[in-house]
Design a protein. Structure first.
Length: 452
């Protein structure tokens, strides 16, 4: 990448793409790009000196193919005008995963993969390394609440990377150490079947040179797969696990972190819920093996403030709580709902869910319905299509008809604020990976005005 002066990103507002854009800007390149719509992320990029436009207009690409690298997200349609123009005019055009491969080459890379949990785990790992004083450069799949960014910068030579299985992107990475948090069915528009999905994760494990930390129960897939890295486990029954978990009922949780060479007692989860404790255990395991002192691990876990849209407590006062969460897979929904019930036992949960992708809704509508039935009340929004065209016969109704709750409604997103205002909220949680994020601040403002 050093031979270029200009970096142009197609899909620059995506959370992974924007981290690459920020790194390129910091590295001295002139950075610009396209995204479909303006967002808080594109607003932030523009405030940092990165020009962003919102129309498919090839004239916005720097006019010098030999001096401009074009990076695109695989979520962009293959027939997108700017992408095809760049290819036809002799620009070097690469996917984000290829750019990340070039950036991480020659560095000590610690990567976190998994069908869910990877953003929180990688962000916590990066925070622990920062707290320890070693530091790291980190490419994250969410906005860290500690740093207000999805990019951390350091000259330590260590890079923490969230390793995304979508489009098999993580197979571009060759980390020194890695975590695999989960291998549940997802992205079945990319993978033929579960064997294909698991095979990709196994290949990722083969590309890890020193240490591979996997959630307990997954180790069998890796230990007999010709992987040279040492395989360790985390979670209940694993090499690294949490015990003595105590909740004070007000959102604070405490636990002991158990490792093969001793215990780290009096850990305080900076973000509540068993999901976060499990993610903290994974991050701590890789950090400890990497050589981070135990006291820094304890301090990092306690001072971690979480990730925007991951068990993101937006309002919690006077007996009313609002949580926003990125969950868009049935297992993620079930885990987050279970964590809420553990932290705030006995309270009533109203969930708002926006399904993400027609294909995912078609493939997992029964599983979504089972997870959402663990709520007390449900408001279900239409499917957010993202990169997909509608699939005939696929809609939120497929989920709705199998939800066993009595209090359930399908509503339009434009009706959401009025519906929430009409209810007495105990715990409200919004779920989804689509544009439901645009409703978070208005909902928070409404609840503050109503209850604070």
């Amino acid at each position: 990448m050093k031979s270029y002066n200009n970096i142009y990103l197609i899909g620059i507002g995506g959370i992974g793409m924007s981290a690459v854009a920020r790194w390129c800007r910091h590295a001295g390149y002139t950075v610009s790009g396209y995204d479909r719509t303006a967002s808080p992320v594109t607003d932030a990029l523009e405030s940092e000196g990165i020009h962003v436009h919102f129309e498919d207009n090839a004239e916005m690409i720097p006019p010098s193919p030999g001096d401009t690298l074009v990076i695109y997200t695989p979520a962009i349609p293959h027939d997108f005008g700017e992408l095809n123009y760049a290819r036809s005019r002799g620009y070097r055009v690469i996917k984000r995963s290829e750019a990340l491969e070039e950036i991480t080459g020659g560095h000590r890379c610690l990567a976190v993969a998994g069908t869910h949990g990877k953003t929180s785990t990688s962000t916590m790992l990066a925070h622990i390394l920062t707290v320890s004083g070693e530091g790291c450069t980190a490419f994250l799949g969410g906005i860290s609440r500690n740093y207000g960014s999805n990019l951390l910068l350091s000259d330590s030579g260590v890079i923490v990377a969230e390793a995304d299985e979508f489009d098999r992107s993580f197979l571009r990475l060759h980390p020194e150490g890695a975590v695999v948090t989960a291998m549940d069915a997802d992205h079945m528009d990319i993978y033929r079947d579960m064997d294909d999905l698991r095979g990709a994760f196994i290949q990722f494990g083969r590309q890890c040179s020193d240490i591979l930390v996997v959630r307990k129960g997954l180790e069998g897939y890796f230990r007999d797969a010709g992987i040279s890295a040492e395989v360790r486990t985390y979670g209940p029954g694993g090499d690294y696990y949490a015990s003595d978990i105590v909740s004070d009922g007000q959102g604070k949780m405490f636990f002991t972190l158990n490792a093969p060479d001793g215990k780290i007692e009096h850990c305080h989860a900076g973000v509540p819920g068993e999901v976060y404790i499990e993610n903290a255990t994974a991050a701590a395991a890789l950090a400890l093996i990497h050589g981070t002192p135990a006291e820094s691990v304890r301090e990092g876990i306690a001072s971690f403030r979480g990730v925007a849209r991951r068990f993101d407590i937006r309002f919690n006062a006077h007996g009313h709580t609002y949580i926003d969460d990125y969950a868009h897979h049935p297992a993620e929904l079930a885990a987050t709902i279970a964590s809420i019930r553990q932290v705030w036992p006995g309270r009533k949960i109203l969930g708002v869910f926006q399904p993400h992708l027609f294909s995912r809704t078609r493939d997992f509508h029964l599983e979504f319905a089972r997870s959402l039935s663990n709520l007390d009340s449900l408001l279900l929004l239409p499917v957010y299509p993202a990169r997909e065209e509608p699939i005939p016969g696929v809609s939120s109704s497929m989920i709705f008809e199998h939800v066993t709750l009595q209090d359930k409604r399908i509503i339009q997103k434009r009706e959401l604020l009025e519906e929430i205002a009409s209810r007495d909220i105990d715990i409200l949680v919004t779920f989804g990976a689509g544009d439901i994020d645009r409703t978070v601040q208005p909902i928070e403002n409404l609840l503050k005005e109503k209850y604070d």
